[in-house]
Ligand binder design. Structure first.
Ligand code: ADP
Ligand code: MG
Length: 411
């Protein structure tokens, strides 16, 4: 019999989440595979598909602005062996049960396949394009929470696409195409209306670099992110996102309104709100709410550009200040934060050694990020945790991560 070096949790990842994450290496994933499927002489391949975080550039992707995400050094791991038939067996250490896919049959969305629909959708999309999807046994293990805004769904989709293409030809994987295909799967097969940022960051991520990305044109550039004496701390509110969808639509409509008003007053029409100036906003928009929304958009876009400059100049302190300014704008002008995110961020900023903090993602729950002096991280987590719990009665979770590679083989 074989014993894993560490025991893997078998509960839902929300429990795992509370227990904090643990990094896993290739050996452990191979052991996990053997525990799940038994020992034989098949070769085991291992992969890691990271979660992602948007560092700055919030709620401007639909206004023609840039997002600025990075892939994490943690995410969803996979171990697999090929089978000599057309069956795919999938297990996840984070979810009970097994999903079986027969590649000779039509691949369709099935409610009972639950999480298996993400990889199934990817298999179908690649098959439809003429790629070979081989039979395999596969087991997953994730050390990022799902449903918390770190894009576990994108990690899962890109993981499957990468695996299939890697098995076909490791030299010819077009990561941008992978991200487009996976977004399409999430939109059409799974039925979630997400943008391209998540899949893009997961697939195209680069170690110690943020990605400056125009979601409309897919123009992108890497910016060096050498945190040096600071750590990126991800703080989860541990509160499910609420209102996010309806408020998201409301904000989009407000931005459209702002653009419309400005364009009514200008002879040279703007294509999007990010092209407006603060002067345009001040002179033409009378409604205070619409004005505030537009101010966030225009200033946030500036902050993204400034972030790029700061990082190129290795000015982490300056970058930290921009993160905080972004939060204040999202809190006061765009109004998408709420008690939980605000409490995390404000408590974080009170702690010595924290040089910047902000909510990340759509808002109303999910996660916030902070840059914290390496030597102060433990103290930081403790203090913020106590203060946050006092206000919200929820214990937050903390994760430290560097910015890592996009989906890759785990050696
Ligand atoms: P997010 O992408 O923000 O984490 P989503 O709701 O978009 O949240 O995606 C979460 C879903 O992805 C889960 O409900 C599950 O179906 C799937 N998923 C994520 N991680 C895993 C995992 N480790 N094993 C199996 N399924 C997973
Ligand atoms: Mg998702």
């Amino acid at each position: 019999t074989h014993h894993p070096k560490h025991s893997f949790p078998t509960r839902r990842s929300s429990d795992l989440f509370k227990r904090g994450w643990r990094k896993v290496n290739r050996e452990e994933m191979m052991q996990l595979f053997k525990n799940e499927y038994g020992v034989d002489n098949r070769e085991i391949k291992t992969f890691l598909s990271p979660g992602r975080v948007n560092l700055i550039g919030e709620h401007i992707d639909y206004n023609g602005g840039f997002v600025f995400p990075g892939a994490l050094t943690v995410g969803i791991y996979a171990a697999l062996s090929l089978r000599d038939d057309n069956k795919i067996r999938m297990r996840s250490k984070n979810v009970a049960g097994e999903v079986i896919v027969n590649l000779d049959e039509e691949l369709v969305y099935k409610k009972e396949d639950d999480w298996g629909n993400y990889p199934k959708g990817v298999m179908k999309a690649l098959k439809d394009l003429g790629h070979e999807v081989p039979g395999m046994d596969i087991v997953l293990y994730s050390n990022i929470p799902d449903g918390a805004g770190l894009s576990s769904s994108a990690a899962l989709e890109v993981l499957m696409a990468y695996i299939i293409l890697y098995l076909e030809n490791p030299e010819q994987i077009d990561r941008v195409e992978v991200s487009k295909l996976c977004q399409k799967v999430e939109n059409e097969f799974v039925g979630v209306n997400c943008g391209i940022m998540d899949q893009f960051a997961v697939a195209v991520g680069k170690k110690d670099h943020a990605i400056l990305l125009d979601c409309a044109s897919l123009y992108y550039e890497y910016a060096p992110l050498n945190l040096g004496d600071y750590s990126l701390v991800i703080m989860s509110t541990n509160k499910r996102r609420e209102l996010a969808d309806s408020k998201y639509n409301e904000r989009r409509a407000e931005c459209e309104k702002a653009l419309e008003i400005i364009n009514e007053n200008k002879t040279e029409k703007l294509e999007n709100l990010c092209q407006a100036t603060l002067e345009d906003i001040e002179s033409f928009i009378k409604d205070e709410t619409i004005k505030k929304r537009a101010i966030h958009v225009v200033t946030e876009n500036e902050r993204v550009k400034n972030s790029m400059e700061m990082l190129k100049a290795n000015d982490i302190l300056g970058f930290g200040k921009l993160l905080t300014a972004s939060h204040m704008s999202l809190e006061n002008d765009y109004e998408v934060t709420g008690l939980h995110l605000d409490t995390l961020v404000h408590e974080a900023l009170k702690i010595e050694g924290c040089i910047g903090a902000r909510m990340t993602g759509a808002g109303f729950g999910g996660c916030a990020i902070a840059l914290v002096d390496n030597a102060k991280v433990e103290e930081f987590k403790e203090k913020v945790s106590v203060a946050y719990k006092e206000v919200t009665e929820i214990t937050p979770s903390f994760y430290t991560s560097n910015i890592g590679e996009g989906t890759h083989v785990l050696n």
